[in-house]
Design a protein around this ligand. Structure first.
Ligand code: GLA
Length: 768
């Protein structure tokens, strides 16, 4: 199928949903107060969303003070002026007020948003509100230093339909001397004063990204961060906080945020002596320094924050809807993601044109829509020791270049994609031999290699321009529809010795910005291309890269059992549509586990589906099942990629630092640690849904608890049907039930054995 057909095949469903959702949206908007208001008399700036509010004011000194973030309050509370900013009553040694964007100085000992030093050596900021501007859903507050020519523009964007607020800051040097920035975060979020705090976050490692964790906060600071010069596998820039024990998957108040930055970052949650929590985040200040020259500005990345009164599930759905509408690049954001075949696990570096064409034919026959050739197609890339940096097709593997393969793939009616790793170079490459000075390095220090590779310094404009040109040529000379941009190591020896000493530490930010610039430029010039972000799996997944890439390779770990944990965590922050999962061969490469094909497919179908096994070795039974699953996926794709996700029973395997392995710790859903997991995706108009259920192992002949669905219309009647490629042991008969019955009584599935799973379609019946 051509991409155009693919778009059309789902466009009718999408159009219906859009109309339904727009209707809903319009009702809310007509009755709502303006998204941004300035209450002149009270000097209050008020951002109002469907269910939440965010408010700021000034104090007597003209400083910008935080007033409120949480559920909507009656207008009278703001208008009467009775709602005063909360005072900091730590008693001694801390500024008595919570500044919205605290610059370090005076007696502000909590984590500041900003730290700067002026040319005369003064390292103290006194920012006062000088002006404001409201433009629809955008509010800009201009703060000026009381003495020095330093201006801070705080930018807010209310997103009332998602109950979110985007924040960023622009720092300007309006004088004649340089100003040194030592910390420039995007936002400090102040939370209401609750009894006690729990922070939920995503941690992990290579092959085990985005594992959900929780920690109870106490006086002091809890920080998640990356010093890698990339987003990292270890922590992801997303947080959620809630009152301890009072929020779960579908209940309770949750405040949350996600930072859009793919370089080094930090999110610091700090509880002060008065029990107040602030969460500060942005570009990491570790080894950060930026020389702001006269007339120059520095813009921080966007940090989006939100409030949900419907628990973590509500928070995730707000973020997912926001990403589909506002973050992901257009027009691809609204288009269905094609089913991928990626040949990496099948053929690794041992590739040839004919063998890839054979794989492509098989893939097409199964129903694949996009064929991707991964690592190994370029330079002298016969293993991972050579070739990175030389982005021309291997003379031995592709003597006529990529064209014969591209033509074959297109001829079969599939899209064609390639893998690149543009920031990297092997010492054994023509590029490195010609430009050994192009990599990050320090003199008198070894150049640390990881996977035999070094990292190009994109802070150097000549290096970034070279790579940008190479990628542009690759796209111009070849009919490439898809690029997977990988990053298989992070920064060490961060030297940029050619720069003046005062600017050398700018490399962290300049490198990340150059990656963005290259992607922006290539997207503008080659607007049809679809991009995937990868960094040894999920090491670069964040809202910054998702403004420029359409999807993420979430992990190199394709064991479906592990993948359920990884995907579960990922969906707390990111939309399922952005998450690519392939079905690979048994046993998987990490745990050496054998799992049924059905289990692998059900797991991978919960995001953007791919296949990554060696199709040349698949049995006819495997092929037949795969055809069935791919056809089924095409039907449920709009639900999975655009629908609302309900984590009905999460694996929820928290690891609380200091509390052992975490097995047995109750998950957010309050269930699921019995090895029985379920997720549903519901269309925005609530007329259809798909349910996935997974059972790790039957035990003691126990019946499974009923799965209570969510998000349906209580009064509607739904046809419920378990779908599978064969007729043996159906997990459920076909039934018609009310939304209320499905949500209150639930569905009892008959799953038995090890790695059992089911896919159930739920469709509203027309009213008689
Ligand atoms: C990384 C990616 C894999 C694959 C290899 C190729 O590990 O995550 O998917 O592309 O690189 O070398």
């Amino acid at each position: 199928m051509k991409h155009r057909d693919l778009v059309h095949s789902t466009s009718a469903t999408l159009a219906r949903w859009v109309v339904a959702s727009l209707g809903l949206l319009l009702c809310c908007r007509l009755s709502a107060q303006p998204a941004v208001q300035f209450l002149e008399k009270q000097k209050v700036w008020l951002l109002t969303a469907a269910h939440s509010q965010y408010a700021l004011t000034t104090n007597r000194e003209g400083e910008l003070v935080h007033l409120w973030w949480g559920p909507r309050l009656p207008a009278a509370d703001f208008e009467s002026g009775a709602l005063a900013p909360v005072a900091n009553r730590t008693g001694w040694g801390e500024n008595p007020q919570y500044l919205e964007f605290p610059g370090w100085g005076e007696w502000r000992y909590l984590e500041p948003a900003l730290k700067a030093s002026f040319a005369d050596g003064v390292r103290d900021l006194r920012l006062r509100v000088a002006a404001h501007q409201i433009d629809g859903e955008r509010l800009t507050l201009t703060l000026k230093d009381a003495h020095y020519p330093f201006v801070v523009e705080l930018r807010y964007r209310a997103l009332p339909q998602f109950d979110l607020v985007e924040r960023s800051a622009v720092l300007k040097n309006t004088g004649g001397q340089p100003i040194k920035l030592e910390q420039a975060l995007s936002a400090v979020w102040h939370l209401p004063h609750l009894q006690s705090w729990t922070m939920t976050y995503l941690a992990g490692k290579w092959g085990a990204e985005t594992q959900l964790r929780q920690v109870n906060l106490d006086q002091g600071k809890f920080q998640i961060e990356s010093r890698h010069g990339a987003t990292s596998h270890q922590f992801n820039p997303w947080f959620a906080v809630s009152e301890a024990g009072r929020a779960g998957e579908d209940h309770g108040e949750v405040w949350f945020g996600a930072l859009g930055w793919s370089g080094s970052w930090k999110i610091a949650a700090e509880v002060n002596a008065a029990g107040r929590l602030q969460v500060a985040g942005g570009i990491h200040d570790f080894d950060f320094a930026w020389q702001l020259k006269p007339g120059e500005s520095f813009e921080t990345p966007v940090f989006v924050g939100g409030f949900s009164a419907e628990g973590f599930g509500g928070a995730s759905r707000q973020l997912h809807a926001y990403q589909l509408a506002e973050v992901l690049p257009k027009p691809q954001a609204a288009q269905p993601r094609p089913i991928i075949y990626n040949s990496w696990y099948a053929t690794t570096f041992n590739i040839s044109v004919n063998q890839q064409i054979e794989l492509a034919k098989k893939a097409k026959d199964l129903g694949v829509e996009l064929f991707v050739i991964d690592d190994g197609w370029f330079g002298k890339r016969d293993n991972d020791r050579a070739g990175l940096g030389d982005w021309t097709p291997s003379k031995t593997k592709f003597p006529q270049g990529l064209k014969p393969l591209i033509e074959a793939v297109h001829g079969l009616g599939m899209q064609f994609g390639v893998w690149v790793e543009p920031e990297m170079v092997n010492p054994d490459s023509d590029l490195y031999r010609a430009h050994p000075d192009w990599v990050f390095h320090f003199p008198n220090r070894p150049r640390t290699e990881q996977r035999h590779q070094l990292m190009l310094n994109f802070a150097r404009p000549d290096v970034a321009a070279h790579i940008s040109g190479v990628l542009d040529a690759l796209l111009t000379e070849n009919a490439i529809d898809f690029i997977k941009w990988d990053m298989n190591r992070h920064i060490t020896e961060p030297g940029w010795m050619e720069a003046p000493p005062a600017q050398q530490q700018e490399m962290w930010v300049r490198h990340a910005r150059a990656v963005y610039d290259i992607l922006d430029r290539l997207r503008a010039k080659h607007p049809r291309v679809l991009w995937e972000s990868c960094s040894g799996g999920g090491g670069r997944a964040d809202l910054g890269i998702l403004r420029r890439t359409d999807q993420v390779w979430t992990s190199d770990n394709t064991d479906p059992l592990d993948r359920l944990l990884i995907q579960d965590g990922y969906t707390y922050a990111y939309a399922p549509k952005t998450q690519v999962a392939w079905v690979t061969d048994n046993p998987d490469g990490i745990n050496r586990r054998d799992t049924p094909l059905r289990f692998r497919f059900h797991c991978a179908m919960m995001g953007t589906l791919g296949v990554g096994g060696n199709l040349l070795k698949w049995s006819s039974e495997e092929e037949a099942q795969t055809k069935w699953f791919l056809a089924e996926y095409k039907q449920i794709r709009p639900l999975v990629q655009e629908g609302r996700l309900y984590r009905l029973r999460s694996p929820g395997r928290f690891v609380v630092p200091g509390a052992g392995s975490g097995f047995g710790v109750p998950p957010l859903g309050g269930s699921g640690n019995d090895g029985f997991w379920a997720y549903s995706y519901v269309s925005p108009d609530r007329s259809s849904a798909v349910l996935f259920a997974f059972l790790r192992s039957s035990e003691l002949g126990n019946d499974l608890p009923a799965i209570r669905l969510r998000g349906l219309k209580p009064e509607a009647r739904y046809r419920v049907e378990a779908r599978q490629p064969d007729k043996a042991n159906p997990p459920l008969g076909t039934q018609t039930l009310s939304g209320t019955a499905l949500m209150e009584r639930g569905l009892a599935l008959r799953l038995r054995g090890d790695y059992a799973s089911a896919l159930v379609r739920v469709q509203e019946e027309p009213m008689r």
